[in-house]
Design a protein around this ligand. Structure first.
Ligand SMILES: Cc1cc2nc3c(=O)[nH]c(=O)nc-3n(C[C@H](O)[C@H](O)[C@H](O)COP(=O)(O)OP(=O)(O)OC[C@H]3O[C@@H](n4cnc5c(N)ncnc54)[C@H](O)[C@@H]3O)c2cc1C
Length: 344
């Protein structure tokens, strides 16, 4: 077994050479498991899979949701200001040190061939090409991405999103305690989160950005709680150094805020599974307690599956899925697997 450092050196060969080699050999290899997505869930699955001596390929298109997480406040054992990108970097290094194979690419489609899956992966930006990889099992770890308010200057939103313009009440309700908080919704139902945010702060203003109507029943509930409702379009967020201090409306008036919570739903990254019949709840994949979907060889982990969208859950999900896949393969093969067989 190589040391972590020497394995890292191997995997850090000139990227183009390594990538070319991987793409040229795509049709010669059937991986035990192909993991789609290299966020917390996919990397955790990859680390466990490699420690079970299973050949594993992670394909990731980059910019995981945790990449936008500026500080991870609630993960046991990590300092509460750990940036999400540090967790990803450390997780990727750990996986590579176990000789896991990692490819920057976009999974376009997955075809169920019976014994194997054919996974079509697009790589390269300037001159894109598509390679087909095969695996016996699939782990869908491709997550979701949050919808954000649409303003004329979208960079103005990105300047604050993930800092004190939050997207997750469970993650950041605590950060908003007793603050002047704005809730940015996309429909009446998306405003329900304000009543949960009321656990942390009574000072809440809800913004429709002029995009939807609010009915009498909801207005009455907001009035009872003394929450304010702003129905004018937003011109832009105010603030500096990534700290949002309020909102300027289209008429030039200003609402001062200390923090915000965006509640506008998400895009689910599961288009590549469109040709396979699977059970969903909303956009989330339904799984059993070991994260197996309604397909016996497809597992789903992290934000893409039904459950809490948290790093600790995503990490545990990866461990569960990998362990169940190992049990399946171990029972099917019924014999000890030599490490030499799992160099992929
Ligand atoms: C701003 C912000 C703050 C947060 N704060 C916290 C916090 O404090 N505590 C906490 O526990 N959680 C927090 N979260 C939630 C946490 O980030 C997620 O629960 C966690 O990252 C989910 O991990 P994942 O692996 O399921 O998905 P992701 O981290 O999103 O990883 C999925 C990966 O799959 C890739 N992918 C998608 N489609 C494809 C495809 N077709 N082909 C190849 N790759 C693909 C994506 O690019 C991405 O890299 C926060 C989230 C955000 C956005």
């Amino acid at each position: 077994m190589k040391t972590a450092d020497s394995a890292l050196e191997t995997t850090m060969r000139p990227p183009t050479q390594f990538k070319d080699q991987l793409l040229n050999q795509a049709d010669k290899e059937v991986y035990d498991v192909l993991v789609i997505g290299g966020g917390a869930a996919g990397l955790s699955a990859g680390i466990y899979l490699k420690r079970y001596l299973l050949s594993t390929l992670i394909v990731d298109k980059g910019k995981a949701r945790s990449h936008w997480m500026q500080e991870l406040h609630n993960y046991l054992g990590l300092p509460p200001n750990t940036p999400g990108r540090d967790v990803l970097k450390q997780g990727k290094s750990h996986y590579l040190a176990l000789e896991g194979v990692y490819l920057n690419g976009y999974v376009q489609t997955v075809i169920d061939e019976g014994e194997t899956f054919a996974v079509h992966v697009q790589t390269g930006r300037k001159s894109p090409s598509v390679a087909v990889f095969r695996s016996r099992y699939l782990v869908a770890a491709s997550g979701i991405i949050d919808h954000l308010p649409k303003l004329v200057d979208q960079q103005n939103v990105f300047d604050y999103a993930g800092y004190n313009l939050h997207v997750c009440l469970i993650c950041d309700g605590y950060e908003m305690r007793d603050k002047r908080a704005g809730v940015f919704g996309s429909s009446e139902s998306s405003f329900e989160v304000a009543f949960h945010l009321g656990w942390f702060t009574p000072n809440i203003t809800l913004f429709t950005n002029g995009e939807f109507e609010v009915g009498e029943a909801l207005r009455d509930r907001l009035t009872q709680k003394a929450y304010k409702l702003v129905e004018q379009p937003i011109a832009h967020f105010l603030g500096n150094n990534h700290q949002m201090t309020g909102v300027e409306l289209s008429d030039g008036s200003v609402v001062q805020l200390d923090a915000g919570l965006v509640s506008m739903g998400s895009k689910y990254h599961a288009d590549y599974l469109a040709d396979i019949e699977l059970e969903y709840k909303g956009g989330n994949l339904v799984t059993d307690s070991m994260n197996r979907t309604s397909h016996p060889r497809i597992f789903a982990v992290g934000d893409l599956k039904v459950g809490m969208n948290q790093v600790v859950i995503a990490s545990a999900d990866g461990a569960l899925a990998a362990t169940q896949i190992w049990r399946d393969i171990r029972q099917a093969e019924g014999t000890r697997r030599s490490p030499l067989m799992s160099t992929a």
